[in-house]
Design a protein around this ligand. Structure first.
Ligand SMILES: C[S@@+](CC[C@H](N)C(=O)[O-])C[C@H]1O[C@@H](n2cnc3c(N)ncnc32)[C@H](O)[C@@H]1O
Length: 270
């Protein structure tokens, strides 16, 4: 399976099907953001703390990474940022352009794969906003490395991602009965952990394919790419029974690029 191609078509279809993560913000939200009143989510429905952002977004170069849908990008643009939205789905990117045209904003949209940001020069951005989307690629470390390259030194990466534990439970029971039964091992992959027939039965053949990631890839991957972590929170899954059991569905990290080699080991260790 060509995962990127499959997920491009699948996310275009999510737009047609009105998935909630494809629904643009309203003109009222844009007007409020222009007055400095705004809030965005990285994970589920939990607003990102404002102190994760600069005091003012005016003139800040922001990359919304795999974050189209007319949601966060237009809010940042209305708050004064220079916004680039990068995404694999043309229909998702169209949502951002639709809001921009409707509300008189300027937003640059670029189609591509989050693992390859070669469309951007080194040190092009001050802030990367990367909501829960790395579940749609099989490997996440290339994403962190590319984020490190395109951020300026001192730039900030705000990332949301799924708790891998969300993938271990029997999907039927989880949806239907409120019962959790451990069924799958980690790392989980929609392509390798279940058959195509099973995937079609559970989620539909045209749904995006997802992949869990290890904490090593999610956390150590950021450190090894050249970031230091400066913030963290967890959020219940907005639509999973795991929330009932106090299991966080998502995590969010705030990371700062400290240089080209932030993962500093003591030089005198062998
Ligand atoms: C859940 S949506 C995230 C956007 C949304 N605004 C939010 O707040 O969560 C996931 C996004 O990841 C994008 N995506 C999936 N695979 C991608 C890839 N390989 N490269 C870039 N974007 C990708 C999808 O097209 C979709 O817009």
């Amino acid at each position: 399976m060509d995962i990127r191609e499959h997920n491009r078509i699948a996310w275009d279809k999510q737009v047609a099907d009105d998935n909630e993560w494809t629904r643009p913000v309203s003109s009222e939200q844009i007007a409020a953001a222009r007055r400095g009143e705004w809030s965005v989510v990285l994970t589920g429905y939990q607003p990102v703390p404002h102190n994760w952002f600069p005091a003012s977004l005016v003139g800040v170069n922001v990359l919304c990474l795999a974050g189209a849908g007319g949601q966060q990008g237009p809010i940042f643009a209305a708050a004064g940022a220079n916004v680039t939205v990068f995404d694999n789905s043309p229909a998702q990117l169209e949502q951002d352009q639709r809001v921009a045209a409707r509300d008189g904003l300027t937003i640059r949209t670029v189609e591509g794969d989050m693992r390859d940001l070669s469309a951007f020069a080194d040190a092009s951005f001050d802030l990367i906003f990367h909501p829960v989307s790395n579940v749609f690629v099989p490997e996440v470390r290339p994403v962190w490395r590319e984020c490190q390259r395109v951020l300026r030194a001192g730039g900030t990466l705000l990332a949301g991602f799924m708790n891998p534990v969300e993938f271990v439970f029997d999907f039927d029971l989880k949806e239907d009965m409120g019962v959790l039964k451990v069924t799958y091992g980690l790392p989980y992959s929609d392509v390798e952990s279940i058959t195509a027939d099973e995937r079609e039965r559970l989620f539909g053949a045209e749904s995006p394919v997802e992949f869990s990631h290890t904490f090593d890839d999610l956390i150590a991957g950021q450190l090894e790419a050249g970031f230091v972590l400066t913030g963290f929170y967890s959020t219940p899954h907005h639509a999973s029974i795991t929330a009932k059991y106090g299991i966080p569905g998502y995590f969010a990290t705030r990371a700062v690029k400290v240089g080209d080699k932030a993962f500093v080991h003591f030089e005198n260790h062998r």
